[in-house]
Design a protein around this ligand. Sequence first.
Ligand SMILES: [Zn+2]
Length: 191
Amino acid sequence: MLREEFSDDVLKLRPRELRLGRDAERLLNDVCGTEGERSKSAHKSRLRPDADSINAIRCADCGQVEYISRDYCRCGHYLAGQLMDEFLAWERGLVETRDRLAAAAEEKMKPVRWVGACGMPFIVWPLLHSVFSAGSTALAIWLWLIPGFAIMGFCALIETWITAARDASAHAVETATFEQFLSERVPAPSH
Ligand SMILES: [Zn+2]
């Protein structure tokens, strides 16, 4: 029925896009942005790293997870400063661990040193005897060296075992770098 009422020209008409001048279009885009751009930027601002990612840091101010590479959180908190504080605390922790292990090792080494000192006469006596005696030193006297070396060797082994953790910790303090801190830091805990 419609076809009969309108001419063919009218039926062929299609809605045409509104064409504005290039300047006017740019101005509108600047002010409002197109629909796509607006949703894209909204998505962008919502985009946050995974809490468990090495790339994430939890803002101490607002509690949100933020990218570690950002200097400032979206709430304005200075993340770079927070990260530096965390690094210094990590470094301080390493030093404290080293000092604690060193003190513990020192305490454990005291009796070992005494035992080691007990082994000394077994070594010193045959040497002194060989120096001050006119004739040759009998084999029986040289045999005293055996328990002496056994005691000292045993003490050296114990010392290596006791100081291993301390030495490893001291090495960790010496080689600690910011990069290492980043790779070792505990991921931001998820709520
Ligand atoms: Zn924040």
